[in-house]
Design a protein around this ligand. Structure first.
Ligand SMILES: Nc1ncnc2c1ncn2[C@@H]1O[C@H](COP(=O)(O)OP(=O)(O)OP(=O)(O)O)[C@@H](O)[C@H]1O
Ligand SMILES: [Mg+2]
Length: 277
C-alpha cells in the first residue's frame, strides 16, 4: 500500500458525540473474528490495522461480476489513520454460473460429504459452500505467492465468502489493468519482464495461474501486480495444467505483440516448463 490515510469517520475525542457503534455503512473490524490460519502471513505489514476497536467502512464498489464483487473498504480506529483494503466477495448466488469449471478443481477434494452433496445439487447452501471454497482457494494461493515474494496484493484475511486484501492503487483510485496501459518501448518491455517473472515464480512453485491475461494484471505506477487467483492449478495434480499454462502464455504474449513488442510465446512456454522440473 502506498500510503496510510486518515479515517473518514474522524471525530473530536473531546466531543460528547463520539461514535461508539458502527454506522450503517460500517461494521466492527472482522480481524478479531478470524483465526490465525485465516489471516495473512507474518510479519503483518506495518500499514495493516489490527486493532480490535477498528471499524470497516464501505467506500464503494470497485467492480461487480457474475461470480464476485470487489469493494473498497477502509479499516480504521475512528479518528486515527486507517488502511484501504479490497474486499473480494464471492456471490454464490442463483446467477453465479461459475465459469471456473471442474477442470480447474481436479485434484482438490471436499472432505465433508454433506457439503459435497449440497454442491452437487447446487442448493443455495451448496452454492455458498462453493463460494467459500473459491475464496479459500484464492486466499491460499495469494498466501503462497506472497511468501514466494511475488507481486500480489497482501492477503489480509479470509472469512467465509469474503477475502480482504491490500488495495492496489493510488489513494482511492484503483490501479488500472494492464489492458488499459499506454506503455510503449522500454516501458512496455519493462512490464513484459515483470510478467515473465510472475510466470516464472508460479512455475517454480509448481503452479499455473490459469486465467492470466492483461485483465488480471494491474499496473500500479510501474509495478505489475497479479490478481484473481482462485483457479490456480497445481501442476502435479492436474493433467491439464500445461494446457492452461500454454493458454496463459499465449494470452499475455499476444497482447504484448499487438502493442509492438516482439515476443515469442513458444520460447517462453518451453522456458517455463524447463523451470518447473
Ligand atoms: N487488490 C485489489 N486492488 C485494487 N483493485 C482490485 C483488487 N482486486 C481486484 N481489483 C479490481 O477488481 C477487478 C475484479 O477483480 P478480480 O479479477 O479478482 O475478480 P473477478 O470476479 O474474477 O473479475 P473478472 O471476472 O472481471 O476477472 C479487477 O480487474 C480490478 O480492477
Ligand atoms: Mg479478473
Amino acid at each position: 500500500m502506498s500510503s496510510v490515510r486518515t479515517g473518514t469517520h474522524s471525530f473530536d475525542p473531546d466531543s460528547d458525540a463520539v461514535p461508539r457503534q458502527p454506522g450503517s455503512d460500517q461494521r466492527w473490524s472482522t480481524w478479531t473474528e478470524v483465526i490465525p490460519t485465516q489471516r495473512g502471513p507474518l510479519p503483518h505489514p506495518e500499514w495493516l490495522i489490527t486493532a480490535s476497536g477498528a471499524f470497516d467502512t464501505e467506500l464503494g464498489v470497485v467492480k461487480t461480476g457474475k461470480e464476485a464483487e470487489v469493494h473498497l473498504i477502509e479499516r480504521a480506529v475512528p479518528g486515527t489513520a486507517g488502511c484501504l483494503l479490497a474486499a473480494k466477495r464471492y456471490l454464490g448466488s442463483d446467477h453465479s454460473d461459475f465459469h471456473r469449471s471442474s477442470v480447474y478443481t481436479e485434484g482438490r477434494s471436499v472432505r465433508d460429504s454433506r457439503e459435497a452433496r449440497a454442491m452437487k445439487r447446487k442448493s443455495s447452501f451448496g452454492r455458498r459452500v462453493a463460494a467459500g471454497q473459491w475464496a479459500l482457494t484464492e486466499f491460499d494461493a495469494l498466501v503462497q505467492a506472497w511468501k514466494a515474494g511475488m507481486a500480489v496484493p497482501y492477503p489480509v484475511q479470509v472469512n467465509g465468502t469474503e477475502i480482504l486484501m491490500e488495495y492496489i492503487g493510488q489513494d482511492r483510485v484503483a490501479a488500472p489493468r494492464l489492458v488499459q496501459s499506454k506503455r510503449r518501448g522500454a516501458e512496455l518491455a519493462g512490464a513484459y519482464d515483470q510478467v515473465v517473472r510472475i510466470l516464472e515464480s508460479f512455475a517454480h512453485m509448481g503452479y499455473v495461474h490459469g486465467d492470466l491475461s492483461p485483465y488480471n494484471l494491474l499496473d500500479d505506477g510501474g509495478r505489475i501486480v497479479v490478481i484473481d487467483l482462485p483457479q490456480v492449478i497445481d501442476v502435479a495434480a492436474n493433467p491439464l495444467s500445461l494446457d492452461f499454462l500454454h493458454r496463459d502464455v499465449v494470452n499475455v504474449t499476444t497482447w504484448f505483440n499487438r502493442r509492438g513488442l516482439d515476443v515469442d510465446p513458444e520460447a517462453l512456454f518451453a522456458d517455463l516448463i524447463a523451470q518447473m522440473w
